[in-house]
Design a protein around this ligand. Sequence first.
Ligand SMILES: Cc1cc2nc3c(=O)[nH]c(=O)nc-3n(C[C@H](O)[C@H](O)[C@H](O)COP(=O)(O)O)c2cc1C
Length: 157
Amino acid sequence: MMLQLCYASERIESEQDLLQELSDILTTARNFNQQHQIHDVLYYSHGKFFQCLEGQAEVVENLFQSISRDARHHKILRFKDTIVEQSHFSKWSMKYVHKHSEISSLFSRLGWAQFEPHALQPLQLAEFLKILYRLEENQASLASPKGYKQRGYIPYF
Ligand SMILES: Cc1cc2nc3c(=O)[nH]c(=O)nc-3n(C[C@H](O)[C@H](O)[C@H](O)COP(=O)(O)O)c2cc1C
């Protein structure tokens, strides 16, 4: 039995390049999560994060406290915790999923023009999670093609 803790938050714009920031978060998270048997998924789109942490309750709770204090995001909304039999992300210490058409379709079906994780009601959250459980991880999106900024083209965000 493990705790599943999900939250939504909003990125705080910074000087730092988004791809670099995501890559830094993944590096920190993978080291820590692996050592503490935490498995999770992180989704980022339209300036918003959605993360779902799974692991031993106390460890997850402590990690969430430090994530909540992280100056890279704010407007943190914690959804209702649930207990899960086993992790949905056991293959990963952190599964990163980038902006995906299936998720965009879900949100437009729900009536939002863009990714609005703060607005999710419980059944909608369950639907969103089901997609995240199933989607392939995609880290390739974090490898920023050289010079893409100069071309004014941001591939995935
Ligand atoms: C959106 C987001 C998700 C994060 N997810 C994790 C995570 O899963 N595991 C982790 O160890 N750190 C994660 N971090 C980083 C933590 O917030 C924090 O930097 C890290 O726990 C080190 O905290 P400390 O400097 O208070 O020790 C995340 C940060 C952000 C902004």
